[in-house]
Design a protein around this ligand. Structure first.
Ligand code: MG
Length: 387
């Protein structure tokens, strides 16, 4: 028996706020979809995980699922129903399929097992929670009547089906132009597949709003921090001189300027200070220990290489970053307009949300070498947590 999981992540989901669709926002240092994929990839009953993503989200997906052994995604359609059909068709050679929302990262192994087990007895299976609140029918926001909640369920995913049946149902919906079905159980019902409800899990809720994302992040982050009571703080300082050029690179972002920073690598002083702060917190020497300027391979190197090394050392000790704070000291160029982009770049590298990254810029009021625009400096502190 081979069972595929289709993870539907086609939505642009901006209801959750932020710059990214919700499935790509970070919770506990990883994208929502990373947690969701991991749950299915690690389940022994699942033979194949097929993701369905939105057009243009290829890079977001690649970044979000880095480190997971996952096959290439397929590109979804203009609606959830369409994306599900495309996803199911992409794994048609399996016997059964579980279809799951990418925005439900807290799906448990135990719930996946229950859906799989129930498929031996049923043609369609969905997890559901009996409705506990009193239900009102209120078109336009004014109550017209109270709806009996008896026999009413709020359904979740993963929804399980026998492959050929759900393929046929989706195929019929497609050829008959039946649209707007918001879950696969609706497609099944419409084309005569009986669907059994099993007990869902309250924590398998769908992350929909910015508040849901923030709550999920707090929860996962607090678990990660509680498991790592050893708090370490490190600092890093870096100065670089200017030379003729067309821009300076700070925290991985190139800022147009009539100078560039002189140095062996890309001379990203802010990133260098950050790497030293992380290495300092780990008691691991400094950036020059790992990347000696005497070695020609680091000439022109992108400083994110150095940051990756520091994060690898941290991971090897099962540590996490709790926060970083960077101050850039420069008379010019103006750093402030680029801070948002810098935070967005650092967030996935450090596996923390942008709310745990501070980047500040200040001048020296024209005092000293920096005041004379001969170069700039960067200072960083980093807090890491170790077990
Ligand atoms: Mg340096």
């Amino acid at each position: 028996m081979s069972i595929a999981a289709v993870i539907v992540a086609g939505g642009s989901g901006f209801r959750a706020g932020g710059d990214l669709p919700k499935q790509y926002q970070l919770i506990g240092g990883k994208a929502v979809i990373w947690w969701t994929c991991k749950a299915f990839l690690e389940h022994p009953g699942i033979s194949h995980v097929q993701t369905v993503i939105g057009a243009g989200h290829e890079e977001l997906f690649a970044t979000a699922t880095k480190g997971l052994k996952i096959t290439a995604p397929v590109i979804g359609g203009s609606s959830r129903q369409e994306s599900c059909r495309i996803g199911v068709e992409a794994c048609a050679d399996h016997d059964r399929v579980l279809i799951h929302d990418a925005a439900r990262p807290f799906v448990s192994a135990d719930l996946i097992s229950h859906v799989i087990a129930e498929l031996d007895r049923s043609r369609g299976v969905v997890p559901g929670i009996p409705v506990a609140d009193t239900m009102k029918f209120a078109p336009g926001g004014v109550i017209e009547q109270t709806v009996s909640r008896q026999s009413l369920w709020a359904v979740q995913t993963p929804q399980g089906f026998h492959m050929q049946e759900i393929l046929d149902a989706h195929g019929q919906a497609y050829t008959q132009n039946v649209e707007g079905l918001t879950d696969d159980a609706s497609v099944a019902e419409k084309f005569g597949i009986p669907v059994r409800i099993i007990a869902g899990r309250r924590d398998n809720h769908k992350l929909t709003t910015a508040e849901d994302i923030a709550t999920a992040d707090r929860l996962l982050t607090s678990y990660a921090l509680v498991e790592r009571p050893d708090i370490r703080v490190g600092q890093g300082i870096d100065f670089h001189e200017f030379e003729e050029g067309d821009g300076v690179i700070l925290c991985g972002i190139k800022i147009p300027h009539d100078k560039k920073l002189k140095g062996h690598s890309d001379a990203d002083a802010a990133m260098h200070a950050l790497v030293d702060a992380l290495l300092g917190a780990l008691g691991e020497g400094d950036i020059g220990t790992f990347f000696p300027p005497s070695e020609s391979q680091w000439r022109g190197a992108t400083s994110s290489t150095f940051l990756h090394k520091a994060i690898d050392l941290l991971k090897a000790r099962n540590g996490v970053v709790a926060n970083v704070d960077i101050t850039i000291l420069a008379e010019a160029p103006k750093v402030f307009p680029h801070i948002r982009a810098m935070k967005a770049l650092l967030s996935p590298l450090l596996h923390i949300g942008v709310d745990r990254i501070a980047i500040k810029a200040t001048t020296t009021e024209k005092l000293g070498a920096i005041g004379r625009r001969e170069g700039l400096a960067a200072f960083a502190t980093a807090t890491v947590r170790l077990p």
